[in-house]
Design a protein around this ligand. Structure first.
Ligand SMILES: [Zn+2]
Length: 201
């Protein structure tokens, strides 16, 4: 990033904090810095929100629960259509990215007022896997085995006795990565009812 720009931003934040009453200084720094939000994005978002308001009424999403999966599905459809080369939705003529932002904005709003129907599936390992892949650790997934008592050599101990080996995935980057100890696929192990990635071979 441009260092001069970063410095300018920091200076602006400090000056703003110094300009206020000392007792408000801390709060001021914590306030949202709306001046760094791209106005073009807000304008695009307004375009999509207006389309929704015309079709279903302004703030319709406040009147009924917002089902997370419905809005995530919509966001992903718009993102795929845009990335695959279509600029605007054929029905509304609004930019797909703007529609995508609108669906996410509605989820954020529903979260803030407590009307989100959170129908996400039980928590998976995607975020942890991505974090580990980022570190380019070849045995990344084996680190997911969060049992108390994982000993060296991948052996898993419970109450002082060895109950098995933790799964290890040397080729995490490939589709259908398999455990080098038991040969089962990452997908199969993740889907297990008892333990999933925390199970033993
Ligand atoms: Zn295994």
């Amino acid at each position: 990033m441009d260092k001069a720009l970063v410095d300018k931003l920091r200076t602006a934040e400090i000056e703003r904090a110094e300009a206020v009453n000392p007792k408000d200084k801390h709060a001021s720094v914590k306030l949202p810095m709306l001046s760094v939000v791209p106005p073009s994005a807000i304008i695009a978002l307004a375009d999509a929100m207006r389309d929704g308001a015309r079709k279903y009424g302004p703030y319709n999403w406040r009147k009924t629960p917002v089902i997370a999966s419905v809005y995530v599905d919509a966001a992903m459809r718009h993102l795929l259509a845009w990335f695959d080369g279509e600029e605007r939705a054929t029905d509304s003529k609004v930019n797909h990215l703007a529609h995508g932002m609108a669906t996410l904005a509605i989820i954020v709003d529903a979260l803030s007022v407590g009307t989100l129907e959170d129908d996400r599936p039980p928590k998976g390992a995607a975020a942890a896997l991505l974090e580990m892949l980022k570190k380019e650790n070849p045995n990344a997934a084996s680190e997911l085995v969060q049992r108390s008592g994982v000993s060296d050599g991948g052996r898993v101990e419970q109450a002082g006795r060895t109950v098995g080996r933790s799964h290890e995935f040397p080729d995490l980057g490939v589709i259908n990565a398999t455990c080098k100890n038991c040969g089962r696929s990452l997908a199969d192990i993740s889907a297990e009812r008892d333990g999933g990635l925390n199970s033993v071979c």
